[in-house]
Design a protein around this ligand. Structure first.
Ligand SMILES: NC(=O)c1ccc[n+]([C@@H]2O[C@H](COP(=O)([O-])OP(=O)(O)OC[C@H]3O[C@@H](n4cnc5c(N)ncnc54)[C@H](O)[C@@H]3O)[C@@H](O)[C@H]2O)c1
Length: 280
């Protein structure tokens, strides 16, 4: 496929008020795309869009609510024109050394935002894009959707779900002209990683690296993207190991501590923002 030019493309990005989403929004505007940010935090969406300028717009969106998603996409199409690409990026990552100690409402919200949000957005976008015979849906999952991660059972389940959903709908809509891309980053230096423990094996990547990979996948039409590629390759190798060996390797690499030995005070504001209404 020849490299596509993103100039004038209408791109909506969920969870675009912070972190990977906000960084991707800036990079897409630099490519000449018309960017719409949807986020739970409406004021921050609008501020980030104003900061980007170049016609970027910010909107309120709750990805867990299908009606909110339709309203968001209606507004985007009214203000910016027909949608070309939806990036389902919104996500939350509550940690708990044992998932059995995690409040059920926190588990539900994790699945609701990270999996149902992706399903809601993908379906809402496909309904608009399929009759036009072109467009792309980029779902930001995680390498926690390829390997299990201690301290992140519910998150990992939601990301395995997002990967499986993207892989399946791509088959269902084969020949429709739509492109379904699954982006699977390793740990990224955003607020989502606040207070997590270090591991000698984990090097946090900057959000610019994930944003760059998303932009590249939009230009090339690539459908499976691990960031960085080397960690994606390691994650896939680990799936081939016997489970007990994978657990030992996990411990050897210090991966078992990252989300279980968290610095509570360093993570307090992230927890407050994402699940504070349930956990406090
Ligand atoms: N940071 C990492 O280490 C990492 C690694 C792999 C994958 N990811 C994935 O990348 C995506 C972005 O993560 P990030 O690190 O930028 O996180 P972040 O916390 O910096 O930003 C996430 C944004 O999503 C928004 N959001 C949360 N719930 C929402 C909802 N119901 N509706 C709309 N918006 C909502 C938040 O308000 C926030 O602005 C997530 O899907 C995350 O799981 C992150």
């Amino acid at each position: 496929m020849p490299e596509r030019n993103l100039t004038g493309n209408v791109v909506a990005i969920t969870g675009g008020a912070r972190g990977i989403g906000a960084t991707t929004a800036v990079m897409l505007a630099d490519q000449g795309a018309r960017v719409a940010i949807g986020d739970l935090d409406q004021a921050l969406s609008e501020n980030v869009a104003d900061g980007i300028g170049r016609g970027a717009r910010g909107y309120e969106l709750d990805v867990t609510d299908r009606e909110s998603f339709d309203r968001f996409l209606d507004r985007v199409e009214t203000d910016l024109g027909p949608l070309d690409t939806l990036i389902n990026n919104a996500g939350i990552a509550p940690t708990s050394p044992l998932v059995t100690d995690q409040p059920p409402a926190v588990i539900d919200r994790t699945i609701d935002v990270n999996l149902n949000g992706v399903i809601n957005g993908t379906i809402a976008a496909v309904e608009r894009l399929a009759p036009r015979g072109s467009g792309q849906i980029v779902n930001v999952a995680s390498l926690a959707g390829v390997n299990g991660v201690k301290g992140l059972s519910a998150y990992s389940a939601s990301k395995f779900g997002a990967v499986g959903f993207t892989e399946s709908i791509r088959i269902e809509f084969e020949g429709s002209g739509l492109i379904f891309t699954c982006v699977m980053p390793g740990p990224v230096s955003t607020e989502m990683m606040d207070g997590t423990a270090d591991s000698p094996m984990i090097k946090l990547i900057p959000p610019e690296q994930v944003a760059g990979a998303i932009v590249e996948a939009m230009k090339s039409g690539r459908e499976r993207v691990s960031v960085p590629k080397s960690v994606g390759a390691l994650a896939r190798l680990i799936t081939l190991l016997p489970p007990r060996t994978a657990i030992r390797l996990n411990r050897l690499l210090g991966m078992d501590r990252v989300y279980t030995e968290v610095d509570r005070s360093a993570r307090a504001s992230y927890v407050e923002r994402t699940t504070g209404d349930i956990e406090s």
